[in-house]
Design a protein around this ligand. Structure first.
Ligand code: IMP
Length: 461
């Protein structure tokens, strides 16, 4: 059974009005290290927008949308696919694993959703993740973390192993890249693969020799045979999506730009090198789709009520205690893509002040507020201590971030359950005070608090 849209379009309009969005396009972006719950907000807003466009990342992202009693786990597909008749775009900034995308298309079709050439558009400029990218991703991590003469324990990036970094690296290298447009000309692609695959085999062989692992060389013709049926399914959806989005804009229709991953994982503005390989701040919406920045007046910052991180890299507010374990269990903080347990801790307002600025958040949605219910007290990191000195700037260098000590403000906790609250004013006073503290600290209004995974477990306005 296809999911139903919210009760009436008036309800949805009310939601948008209650969020206080200006007319025109909006970007939804995570302001922490990912997994903030962006999918739920995109899903709720998609009903009101004409198009939903993904601008970055690939199958490293994962969002779960719960509609009624149906659960949809999406990695690549824009969340607008859950509504009939929306234009869904995978922009040029996305890296596409064709096998994963075909799996999602066929899975959604089997559940009765209409994924056709009027609802799904894939940029011909986007890049393709091939199986050797995943192998290279895993071997690169293994090679990087090999003990050496100076260091016995090297912390890896902790990638999702989905081939994201190697694919974006090939995009930057150019000569070894395969783009979505190449799927439309398989004869030319055969020539291309015969040029590229030997180079990839040489790279994989060197990594295997260094790490003591083994890998069968890739055969370009076998790779093409594997790609052919996938290309046949994807081909009708491939187009110049930048041109399509310009038409959407010209016709006064509204686009929702859906960011994957999150601002602290942005390749330029995140906690480098413990980041992903794309611009996942709101800035990427423009390069990743071809729609200029001045056309997008709304940036909806998605913030989890606490902090989580998966993979390598420092996290100043991490809790290695019973409170951290409790947050992980109550919040089901295990990766949707890899199943890895996430590190959990108190909300980090120093990091958030920085990311809200980089992404230009015009309003905030605070997610998973219900997870904090019944904790006796709530801490919020408002500054860092470095060498005994209090600083309020988020450092650009991860080594510096790993040395900071969080300075906390402590607020009283609130009692649950809160999942029936339909407005922020209905939340317990201490929960409202917690949200107000965040809004005041960041200077950005909190317009929505999520109090459960379902669409109707949301407090707005
Ligand atoms: P990659 O994107 O697979 O290269 O992984 C790079 C880093 O980003 C790793 O620490 C991953 O755990 C992290 N990462 C990538 N995508 C997500 C996401 O959607 N949520 C949380 N962490 C992510």
């Amino acid at each position: 059974m296809p999911p139903t849209a919210p009760a009436s379009s008036t309800d949805t309009k009310t939601l948008i009005e209650r969020l206080g969005l200006k007319p025109g396009h909006a970007t939804i972006v995570g302001l922490q290290w990912g997994d903030e719950g962006k999918g739920k907000v995109v899903d709720m807003l998609a009903a009101e927008f004409d198009a939903v466009a993904r601008y970055n990342g690939g199958a490293n992202a994962g969002h779960t949308v719960v509609v009624g009693d149906q659960k949809y786990a999406l990695h690549l597909m824009p969340s607008g696919v859950l509504y009939p008749g929306k234009v869904n775009v995978l922009g040029n900034g996305v890296v596409i694993d064709p096998e994963q995308l075909v799996k999602e298309i066929t899975g959604l079709r089997e559940r009765g959703l209409s994924i056709d050439t009027s609802t799904l558009f894939i940029s011909n400029r986007a890049h393709i993740v091939l199986p050797y990218h995943k192998t290279q991703d895993q071997l690169q991590e293994a090679a990087y973390t090999m003990p050496n003469a100076l260091d016995q324990n090297v912390e890896g990036i902790g990638t999702t192993g989905r081939g994201i970094g190697p694919c974006y690296a090939d995009k930057a290298l150019r000569s070894t890249a395969v783009r979505v447009a190449d799927l439309l000309d398989l004869d030319e692609l055969r020539h291309k693969l015969h040029r590229i695959v030997p180079i990839k085999n040489a790279t994989l062989k060197a990594l295997c020799e260094y790490t003591g692992q083994s890998h069968e060389p890739v055969d370009p013709d076998a790779l093409l045979d594997w790609l052919k049926p996938l290309a046949a399914i994807l081909a009708p959806h491939i187009t110049d999506t930048a041109g399509l989005l310009h038409e959407v804009t010209k016709n006064d229709k509204r686009i929702l730009f859906e960011g994957a991953n999150a601002t602290l994982l942005d390749i330029d503005h995140g906690t480098y090198p413990y980041v992903t390989s794309s611009n996942c701040s709101s800035l990427g919406a423009h390069t990743g789709t071809g729609v200029p920045g001045h056309q997008v007046g709304n940036v909806i910052g998605i913030v989890k009520a606490y902090q989580t991180r998966v993979g390598g890299g420092p996290m100043p507010t991490q809790l290695n205690d019973a409170t951290g374990d409790r947050i992980r269990e109550v919040g089901h903080e295990y990766g949707t893509t890899t199943g890895r347990p996430r590190r959990c801790g108190w909300i980090d307002l120093v990091a958030l002040k920085y990311t809200a600025s980089v992404s230009g958040a015009t309003c905030l949605c605070i997610m998973l507020v219900d997870v904090l219910a019944d904790l006796p007290e709530l801490k919020l990191c408002t500054a860092y201590k470095v060498d005994g000195k209090v600083v309020d700037r988020f450092p650009a260098v991860s080594e510096d971030l790993s040395k900071v000590e969080p300075v906390y403000e402590t607020l009283p906790g609130f009692a649950g359950p809160v999942d029936q609250c339909k407005s922020i004013a209905e939340l317990p006073e201490n929960a409202q005070n917690y949200l107000k503290f965040i809004a005041d600290f960041l200077g950005v209004p909190v317009v929505l608090a999520s109090v459960g995974p379902k669409r109707d477990q949301t407090a707005v306005g």
